[in-house]
Design a protein around this ligand. Structure first.
Ligand SMILES: Cc1cc2nc3c(=O)[nH]c(=O)nc-3n(C[C@H](O)[C@H](O)[C@H](O)COP(=O)(O)OP(=O)(O)OC[C@H]3O[C@@H](n4cnc5c(N)ncnc54)[C@H](O)[C@@H]3O)c2cc1C
Length: 369
């Protein structure tokens, strides 16, 4: 299926930008946007067509993520999470699991959620305390997962737990007895990501719902899913920063102070130049990561970490500058930059915090040195 990057921009201009502020206020996406994404096959566009995607190549997926991020961070997050869950099931699950869930998520029939983080275990995710034990016919899972994007809407969860001392990943359906979801509201940013806390109280799943178990499960399933989501987040940060830059160019051209447009003041131009340069630099890092991912370059994971680290910091810096250049209007609801600033902070926490990436990038580089 051909992919038209102009269509991504049109979708963002027509469907996301006019509505993202309302979704942020409501702390919810509306169902229509999820249907529109599903109709375009953009929920998991990188899935093969037979599995409900469009077979989109990874570089084009980066462009889509950038455009979605320009309009609405939560929509971009929805698309990233669907990809993380569907690809993990397709790659690591049995044929039955893959046939059942990948197309369901790809076509939007079911929304997926990625349940790794726990109330007391975030960055140290390898040491989760959720446990599973074998019972006749399957497994029983007990534990808590917190800060789970789209848990409120999800019909299926990819749950990580410890089984016999090794990590395991399970597919857990929402209506399984013992599974409950409590909405988490009042967030700073990504407010329309419909977060939830998921309690698993002796939840029984059939043996066939075990996706992976063993010493390498965390590295294979969790790490590769986070790597997929991280690329989307990096590209989305470029879109967010671009939105802030565009808004600032418009505003400083139109707003007059001291008898001339703001953009005529040298200090304002300096701020704009800093923003322009850092957006371009972050975009190039993301494009390079996309190319390396497309060619399965041995450094693709490291490059994706670098892109996410740099782009998320850029997004926050550019959004802060944008709010400053807008003055009091920057913190009002009439301009999107305050939402982007709030969303930008979250990008430095999800898919690996800035500090964890500072450790990982140096570790991987030193190991290669
Ligand atoms: C909007 C949103 C959506 C999310 N969606 C999901 C989801 O869908 N699924 C999911 O599983 N999780 C999700 N998360 C959780 C997210 O992955 C975690 O918040 C993240 O991994 C950080 O964990 P934590 O919040 O427990 O922070 P902690 O790990 O407790 O870290 C707190 C602070 O300490 C720093 N820190 C931690 N360890 C070190 C170290 N070794 N050295 C230096 N500094 C360190 C961190 O960088 C951070 O600044 C989401 C979070 C948010 C905010």
């Amino acid at each position: 299926m051909p992919h038209d990057p102009d269509a991504f921009a049109r979708f963002t201009d027509e469907r996301l930008i006019p509505n993202a502020g309302a979704w942020d206020q409501a702390e919810h996406l509306d169902d229509e946007i999820v249907k529109d994404l599903a109709a375009a096959r953009w929920l998991v566009p990188t899935l093969p067509e037979a599995a409900g995607g469009t077979g989109m190549d990874v570089e084009t997926y980066g462009l889509l993520s950038e455009e979605l991020g320009r309009g609405c961070g939560s929509v971009r997050n929805l698309v990233a999470v669907q990809g993380m869950v569907a690809h993990a099931i397709l790659r690591w699950g049995s044929k039955d699991l893959a046939d059942r869930w990948a197309p369901a998520i790809g076509t939007g029939t079911t929304i997926g959620a990625f349940a790794l983080t726990e109330p007391d275990v975030g960055s140290d995710a390898r040491n989760g305390t959720t446990t599973a034990r074998a019972v006749p016919g399957g497994y029983e899972i007990t534990g808590r997962k917190k800060w789970i994007s789209f848990a409120q809407r999800a019909g299926v969860f990819l749950v990580f737990a410890q089984l016999d001392g090794d990590p395991a990943a399970f597919v857990v359906e929402r209506d399984t007895p013992g599974l409950t979801v409590s909405p988490i509201s009042g967030l700073l940013g990504l407010r329309a990501s419909e977060l939830g806390e998921v309690v698993l109280d002796a939840v029984e799943v059939p043996a066939s719902n075990l996706l992976s178990h063993g010493r390498l499960t965390f590295d294979l399933v969790a790490t590769s899913s986070l790597d997929y989501g991280r690329f989307s987040t990096a590209c989305g940060c470029v879109g967010l920063a671009q939105a802030c830059l565009t808004a600032s160019l418009d505003y400083t051209r139109d707003r007059v102070q001291f008898g001339v447009p703001l953009a005529e003041h040298q200090l304002v131009r300096r701020a704009l130049t800093e923003m322009i340069t850092s957006v371009e630099a972050a975009r190039l890092l993301c494009r390079q990561a996309g190319t390396m991912r497309a060619t399965s370059h041995r450094d693709a994971i490291r490059q994706t970490l670098i892109a996410k680290y740099a782009a998320s910091r850029t997004a926050f810096d550019v959004a802060t500058n944008a709010v400053q250049l807008h003055g009091a209007n920057g913190i009002g609801s009439g301009f999107p930059v305050q939402r982007h600033l709030r969303d930008a902070k979250i990008q430095e926490i999800i898919e690996g915090t800035t500090q964890i990436q500072q450790l990982q990038i140096a570790d991987l580089t030193l190991a290669r040195h």
